[in-house]
Write a protein that binds this ligand. Sequence first.
Ligand code: GRF
Length: 220
Amino acid sequence: MPVIEPDVSRARRVGRAPGDGRLRVAVLISGGGSNLQSLIEAQRDPDYGIELVVVGSDRAAGGLQLAERAGIPTFVESVRSHPDRAAWDSALTARLAAHRPELVISAGFLKLVGADFLREFAGRYLNTHNALLPSFPGIHGPADALAYGVKIAGATLFFVDEGVDTGPILAQVAVPVEDGDDVHTLTERIKVAERRQLVDQVGRLARQGWTIQGRKVSIP
Ligand code: GRF
């Protein structure tokens, strides 16, 4: 199994002046961006270790305004503006690569990326999913968990591979399913834990680096 060792040497130097030594992070969103907002707040502390260099979307997502307000460059690359999915994937990859991100985070980005993207960002594309994988992949995680009748739900942070929600797992957090929960209450409970997990783990990646060997993600 190959060991993917993203070049995160820069990220080990924390506590420097803004723009110097922090991990360059791009975020992709399709919705309200509450996970993005948690990262925006976290990056204000230079010791946290990241610099948000760009926020992208496949649509006019509400969360783009959060980035604009924080002075972070944004872009929209819609699938419909390209002749096919592969052309969109190449364009998305190029838009991100222009900002030289060392880590790309899908935080509620509802599109599956393709071969160009995965080649460019192999081992550097992180997704937060609102279910405890491998259960309930796809875009209806909390609803599917509720329908199944599980008593524990949660969120999974993983590095994206060619499959749908199948990549190597970095971290998971569990929350209880309460009697009387509906999709809304369960989704919101998961999101609170999910945002905390995202901020904690991205900070660790930035400050300590990471390796991926097969399905095992390690932070030294
Ligand atoms: C997150 O719960 C994520 O797991 C799911 O979409 C949600 C995005 O929420 N795929 P937000 O846009 O960050 O508020």
